[in-house]
Design a protein around this ligand. Structure first.
Ligand code: FE2
Length: 348
């Protein structure tokens, strides 16, 4: 059925299911210059299309729902314990509202959601271990379910098992080939929020145009919001490379048409790199049309990524490049770089 309806229909359908009415592009109520992922004002049009399809099946499941035991609902100003000594990682977050911090049971990544007053009250009244009451409005249930704040009874265990399997596969491939796909690091709602945030940052002139590698890309080194996700992904990257890593630096790059990335290998601070495809125009149905090319021992491979896909590669050993980005296209990626835990040189 999915392939028989057009994208506008998809958006309208998912918007209806999630209670956002027919205005999926409604303006966020929170300041756009601060990162937030508002469940009341989600930019549905920025959720990658392939994720809309999987979210729709999640929402429609009829199994009993429970409050996710890995969800922390913290009021304005309060942070999860692990972030309390690292305020710089949330320096660009909107912290003037309650945030539901949901930990992925597999990757251990924290996913922040801003529920807004109404949903916040709903979550606060739910009790761990008790099924969600039937009286909960379908639109509320749908949005909390899609965010992973509500889960099925055995879902957490299943997610942890699925991640362990995926990490094992990635690890095996990475050791042999020097690269491996790494997906599902960032929740689709957070992806949409990141796309909106960075588009806004570029428009307001907060991100510089051009660096030593290309004059045709907006770039930011260790941008605060990217840094948050950078740190969150460290456990997952450790599992996928088979050793404990620590974050070195993160680089945001938004390419304009005409940009290219010449073949190169990276410096020592990029021993383990994840390039995450965040945004692209025109909006792709699945993969974007601008692959990253890797020169591996087995030959050159072109990796076509969909929005939200990560590619793990050994940047110091595997030459990589992108050919010229065609007219009328833009492409945004975040490069998350890691080093072995014992690395003692500069992390910058
Ligand atoms: Fe590179």
């Amino acid at each position: 059925m999915a392939t028989q309806i057009n994208n506008t229909a998809w958006l309208e359908w998912i918007a209806g299911l999630m209670g956002a009415g027919a205005q999926p592009t409604q303006t966020a109520a929170l300041p756009p210059g601060q990162f937030h992922c508002s469940l009341e004002h989600l930019p549905l049009h920025l959720i990658p299309r392939r994720h809309l399809k999987s979210l729709s099946s999640v929402i429609q499941s009829v199994q009993p729902l429970f409050l996710n035991p890995h969800c922390m609902l913290l009021p304005s100003g309060e942070l999860p314990e692990e972030l309390q000594g690292q305020a710089e990682l949330v320096g660009k977050f909107n912290l003037h509202a309650t945030i539901a911090w949901v930990r992925n049971p597999g990757t251990r990544c924290l996913q922040p959601f801003w529920p807004g007053r109404q949903l916040e009250e709903v979550i606060a009244n739910l009790r761990a271990g008790e099924p969600v009451p039937d009286s909960l409005a379908p639109r509320v249930k749908s949005i909390l379910r899609a965010a992973g704040i509500l889960v099925h009874e055995t879902e957490i265990e299943g997610m942890a098992r699925a991640w362990a399997h995926d990490a094992q596969e990635a690890c095996s491939q990475f050791k042999v080939k020097g690269y491996a796909p790494l997906s599902s690091m960032i929740h689709p709602f957070n992806l949409a929020a990141l796309r909106r945030y960075y588009r806004h940052e570029i428009r307001r002139g907060a991100i510089q145009l051009g660096d030593h590698q290309s004059a045709c890309r907006y770039v930011a080194h260790n941008e605060s919001v990217a840094r948050f996700f950078h740190h969150q992904m460290a456990n997952a990257v450790s599992a996928a490379v088979g050793e404990v890593v620590k974050p070195s630096y993160v680089y945001f790059a938004s390419y304009l048409s005409g940009a290219e990335l010449k073949k190169h290998t990276d410096r020592a601070q990029c021993e383990f790199s994840v390039t995450l495809s965040l945004d692209f125009s025109p909006e792709p149905d699945l993969a974007t049309s601008w692959p990253i090319r890797l020169d591996t021992a087995a030959g050159t491979i072109a990796v076509y990524q969909a929005l939200g896909d990560g590619l793990l590669y050994r940047g110091t050993r595997v030459p990589h490049y992108r050919q010229t980005l065609a007219t009328g296209r833009t492409s945004t990626s975040i490069f998350f770089h890691y080093v072995p835990s014992g690395f003692t040189d500069s992390l910058e």
